[in-house]
Design a protein around this ligand. Structure first.
Ligand SMILES: Cc1ncc(COP(=O)(O)O)c(C=O)c1O
Length: 363
């Protein structure tokens, strides 16, 4: 008989990632496939990050500096925050995990605006806490109603903006209203993993107001616009006291040498970020126009992906696309059966996707 796990684990299901290129090529005997399923950067890593990555190879026998001072300084300068306001993680997945470790206990309650990224629920359940779903479908939370769903017992409110998978975002005025209505004892975990893609004028810029809102936490990542998903580096910003408690539960060397060097370089590569943002918007427009012309509803998005209503035959479409070497994400596991999420790719990848859908529609 094996060792019994913590009882909380009985509530957990395995995380289901998007299918990999290898998996699909093997299954259908294909030489290549295109993956527009995990909101990665189709333009690859920032060239400056690649250079920095290669430059550390001779020092791989050394431990990284756990507090990553160069990276923390670079982030503090970029956001005009104090170094005490910053935490790092092995991907922002780990940053979310640190929230669980530092602030959640069995019996606690968290609220999550769903459908959304599943790791918030996973972290909550792992801690033995309860995850209450505030379901907004493909729409947006009414701020007053959302605030009313939160009370003194709510430890964390998870809100993703732009939201994965719908692309919906919340304005600065809405976030400020939410902060004014929820208890000061509820941590607002605002996941801004896709913030850099947002082009809306009223997208929040709250990093400089962390002292004013000690219960606000902003989550960010290098996996998306910086193109470093494989390096695993996420970070977050919050009030110094909150951050100090997160450092206490963080494994000391989880942010590796390559990730630290790559991220510092990527931050300085503003040209790459700008060009990715521009290409992304072009890709979003092409996908939106193409799918709308084929008669599908495409949700407006501020991210690097579009959420599209396919209807009853969505599984058939997913199967057809995969058999032809195109991987996109079905949203049944997010609670949106009938919908798919497609990451904006390079022009030829977007064209390939649209050609395949056209072919499928014609039957
Ligand atoms: C909203 C959101 N937050 C966080 C993450 C985690 O990203 P990472 O762990 O690569 O930083 C993702 C990944 O897709 C995401 O969509």
């Amino acid at each position: 008989m094996s060792i019994a796990p913590r009882p909380e684990l009985s509530n957990l299901e395995d995380y289901v990632p998007g299918k990999s290129i290898d998996e699909i090529c093997e299954k259908y005997g294909l030489k290549s496939a295109v993956k527009l399923a995990s909101n990665e950067n189709p333009w690859g890593p920032s060239p400056k990050a690649k250079e920095a990555y290669l430059s550390i190879v001779e020092t791989l026998h050394l431990y990284p500096r756990g507090n990553a001072p160069k990276l923390i300084d670079a982030l503090a300068t970029k956001y005009k925050v104090k170094v005490e306001n910053l935490i790092l993680g092995n991907g922002s997945d780990e940053v979310i995990d640190l929230i669980g470790k530092a602030f959640l206990r069995p019996g606690d309650v968290c609220v999550g605006v769903v459908p959304t990224f599943s790791v918030y629920e996973f972290t909550t359940l792992e801690a033995g806490a309860e995850f209450r779903r505030f379901d907004v479908g493909t729409g947006k939370a009414d701020i007053k109603k959302l605030a009313a769903a939160v009370d003194e017992k709510t430890r964390v409110l998870f809100l993703c903006s732009p939201n994965n998978p719908t692309g919906v975002y919340y304005t600065e005025a809405e976030i400020l209203e939410l902060l004014s209505l929820i208890p000061k004892t509820t941590l607002l975990f605002l996941d801004e993993a896709y913030a850099e893609f947002a082009v809306a004028e009223d997208y929040p810029k709250l990093a400089t107001r962390l002292d004013e809102f000690p219960n606000l936490f902003l989550n960010r990542t290098f996996s998306k616009i910086y193109g470093l998903a494989g390096l695993r580096l996420g970070y977050g910003m919050g009030n110094a006291e909150m951050i100090k408690n997160m450092w206490k539960v963080k494994p000391p060397f989880d942010v590796n040498l390559a990730a630290q060097a790559g991220a510092v370089a990527a931050l300085s590569d503003t040209e790459f970020v700008e060009s990715t943002r521009k290409h992304n918007r072009e890709g979003i427009e092409v996908l939106t126009k193409g799918m709308s012309e084929l008669g599908f509803d495409v949700l407006p998005t501020q991210g690097n992906f579009v959420c599209i209503k396919i209807g009853e035959k969505f599984q058939e479409l997913l199967g057809f696309l995969e058999s032809r070497g195109m991987i996109v994400r079905g949203l049944k596991s997010f609670g949106l059966p009938g919908y798919i999420r497609v990451t904006a790719g390079k022009p030829e990848e977007n064209a390939f996707f649209l050609d395949l859908v056209r072919e499928w529609v014609k039957g």
